[in-house]
Design a protein around this ligand. Structure first.
Ligand SMILES: O=C1O[C@H](COP(=O)(O)O)[C@@H](O)[C@H](O)[C@H]1O
Length: 250
C-alpha cells in the first residue's frame, strides 16, 4: 500500500480487489448510517458495477434502507437501454439488495440532455435543502458521503473527458455533454467541484489498457497534461483500488 499526499493507493490480485472494495463500502455505510442516519452514495457505470460484485454478501449487515443512491454520470438513453448506467446498476447490484426504490435517484430519461442535467441538479438541491445531502462548508457544493469512480483508458472519469471544456466547469453541479468521444454521445455528469467536495472517493481501475493513464496520474510522468483522473481530489479521503494490470507501469 502506498500513500500520496492525501491518497492511499492499493494494488490487488484477483478477487482481492472486489473483496476489499465491498468491505470499504460496507465500513463507510456503517459509519455514515450510525453518525447521521443516511448514506449518500454516487455510482459510476462501466466496470464499477462488476467490481462491486461482492457487496451483496453484506446483505444482512448493511442498513440498505438508509442508502441514497445517485449517479456520477448517466447516458441520455431510456432506463431500459443497454447503455444506461442505471440499468447496469439495477441488473448488477440494485436488484440484489433491499434499497427502497424511492432512495434511488435515476435521471429522468424522458428529457433532453440539457433538461435532464437541470432536472438532476434541481432534485439534488431539494435534497440539500432537506439536509439529506450535506454541503461543503468551504465550497458550497453538495458533499456526498461516497463517490465510486471508475476511469476509462483515456483517463476520463464520470463523463469528464480529456481536453473537453466541461472539465473546467466550476459553477454547475450537474452538466451535460452532447459530443462525448465515447458512445453514446449524449450524457449528463457531475462536475469536478461536486466530485471534489465529497467526504470519501474511491477510484477503482482495472485492466492493462488503463496502465498509461494510471502512470500519468500516479507515476513519475514527464507528460505535463493533467488527465481528468488526476483532478480527482476530494475534501475527504481518496483511495485508489488498482489491479496488477492497471498498476503495471507504476
Ligand atoms: O462511460 C463511462 O466510462 C467510465 C469508465 O468506464 P470503465 O468501463 O472503463 O470502467 C465510467 O466510470 C462512467 O461512469 C461511464 O459512463
Amino acid at each position: 500500500m502506498a500513500e500520496t499526499n492525501k491518497a492511499v493507493v492499493e494494488v490487488f490480485e484477483g478477487e482481492d480487489l472486489a473483496v476489499s472494495l465491498a468491505k470499504y463500502v460496507a465500513d463507510l455505510s456503517k459509519k455514515f448510517t450510525s453518525e447521521r442516519g443516511a448514506f449518500t452514495v454516487c455510482l459510476s457505470g462501466g466496470s464499477m458495477i462488476d467490481n462491486l460484485r461482492k457487496l451483496p454478501e453484506y446483505l444482512d449487515s448493511i442498513e440498505w434502507s438508509k442508502w441514497q443512491v445517485f449517479w456520477l454520470d448517466e447516458r441520455v438513453v431510456p432506463k431500459t437501454h443497454e447503455d444506461s448506467n442505471y440499468k447496469l446498476a439495477l441488473d448488477g447490484l440494485l436488484c440484489k439488495v433491499p434499497i427502497p426504490p424511492g432512495n434511488v435517484y435515476a435521471i429522468n430519461d424522458t428529457l433532453s440532455a440539457e433538461e435532464a442535467a437541470d432536472d438532476y441538479e434541481t432534485r439534488i438541491r431539494e435534497l440539500v435543502n432537506k439536509n439529506l445531502i450535506t454541503v461543503s462548508p468551504s465550497s458550497g457544493f453538495p458533499k456526498f458521503d461516497l463517490m465510486l469512480l471508475g476511469m476509462g483508458p483515456d483517463g476520463h472519469v464520470a463523463s469528464l473527458f480529456p481536453g473537453h471544456p466541461l472539465v473546467q466547469e466550476n459553477k454547475r453541479w450537474v452538466t451535460f455533454i452532447k459530443d462525448s468521444p465515447k458512445p453514446p454521445p449524449e450524457r449528463i455528469t457531475f462536475t469536478f467541484p461536486v466530485i471534489n467536495a465529497s467526504a470519501y472517493a474511491a477510484l477503482v481501475v482495472t485492466g492493462k489498457k488503463e496502465a498509461d493513464a494510471i502512470h500519468s496520474a500516479l507515476g513519475k510522468s514527464e507528460n505535463p497534461v493533467k488527465l481528468p483522473v488526476a483532478l480527482v481530489s476530494p475534501e475527504g479521503e481518496l483511495k485508489w483500488f488498482l489491479d496488477k494490470d492497471a498498476a503495471s507501469k507504476l
